[in-house]
Design a protein around this ligand. Structure first.
Ligand SMILES: [Zn+2]
Length: 89
């Protein structure tokens, strides 16, 4: 190793030139490749759930605004909403 560096996230040694800038966990810090991969998975999940939440906000807004049109929902979607409402209690 040319520049042994201790990963602040997992306490494993890595060569600085093999590291990656942390995008979420540690500001202005280089982390090891393994942690970088795990961090990327977490960031992708964050992005996915942000998108899901935006879609839900929009759908719920429309449903709330036009409650009388809720009968236009497909039965399978109504069933899922009712099931999720139970789970989220
Ligand atoms: Zn690490």
């Amino acid at each position: 190793m040319e520049e042994p560096t201790l990963c602040i996230h997992c306490d494993e040694w890595f060569d600085l030139s093999d590291g990656y800038g942390s995008e979420k966990w540690h500001d202005n810090t280089i982390i090891c490749r393994n942690c970088h991969i795990k961090e990327e998975v977490e960031i992708e999940a964050d992005d996915r759930w942000e998108s899901i939440n935006i879609d839900l906000v929009n759908a719920l807004y429309d449903l709330d605004k036009e409650k009388e049109l809720a009968n236009r929902l497909q039965p399978c979607n109504k069933a899922k909403i009712l099931l999720l409402a139970e789970l989220l209690k």
